[in-house]
Design a protein around this ligand. Sequence first.
Ligand code: PMP
Length: 356
Amino acid sequence: MNLEDLPIRDDLRGMKAYGAPQLDVAVRLNTNENPYPPSERLLDDLALTIRREAAELNRYPDRDAIELREELAAYLGHGLGRERVWAANGSNEVLQQILQAFGGPGRTAMGFEPSYAMHPLITTGTNTTWVRASREADFSLDPAGAVAAIKEHDPDIVFLTSPNNPTGTAVPIETIEAVIEAARGMVVIDEAYFEFARTGTPSALTLLGRHPRLIVTRTMSKAFAMAGTRLGYLAAHPAVIEALLLVRLPYHLSTVTQATARTALRHREDLLKDVQRLREERDATVGWLRGRGLEVADSDANFVMFGRFPDRRKIWQGLLDQGVLIREVGPPEWLRVSIGTKDEMSAFRQAMENVL
Ligand code: PMP
């Protein structure tokens, strides 16, 4: 039997499952992971913590993840408490819960493309209609254009990714505020890469006090180097958290996940030191690519989008043949490389030299 023979939902027919290739190559720079594995200190702490917590694995976990949310709120600062913070299995699940609560049949969600491909996918997966608006040629967002698009389509949810994936572009706080003020519905600022932004870039968290329909999403997958843990979170008005409680599955965050995330938070000083190294490596990568005469989008994230290649598949394949996996994503003539360790980036540069 094939997939087509099953009585699946009509709107899922013909769709392809999302996913970057998980290939076993030496240098993996394709999914914006953090290249630094957990330290010995973190691993030791984690082993003891899990040993302790596991003694109660016959019981369901804390359904509301009270302590974890308290500690995430403390990390975010801005005077936030646990009543304004929510967590789930990766920010993808957080986004899905937002759509389950505020989207659905007859409703629309809008985003400014090119941007994170999961926003439209989670939107359609929850039977919400996706409305596409555009960024400028340099991938920035024109405030007047964004406001006009919102007024024209009147979406129930607006997604804005800053720093944006796959372009790396940070959106100025004034533009974010103009978008929130123009929107009737919920506004989601996806700050998955916020910690990598160049200094001085304010977070949309600074706007939370004034805007009750604002949701700021974050993840431990990138800056905290915890992609395998699956822990995403958000900050919003307490009423928004109440709305999310209506749609989440009971006990959605396992005891092990909560304990692992709390352990990572205890080690945040060490983990965030690596963020600084990645920022420096990113800026060096931008400089090197520009020095090769390539077009490179300014980046406030842990990846760099560069081009242009009339046949980008050829470049991507040429790198892969040398054991360097990057991502074919974004506008047609561009490629994206995630920032790895010094050695990995030097392998990337060498492979690029050979392929250019
Ligand atoms: N938002 C953006 C913009 C992303 O790029 C990603 C990961 N690629 C996510 C959210 C989801 O991250 P996670 O589910 O690992 O938290």
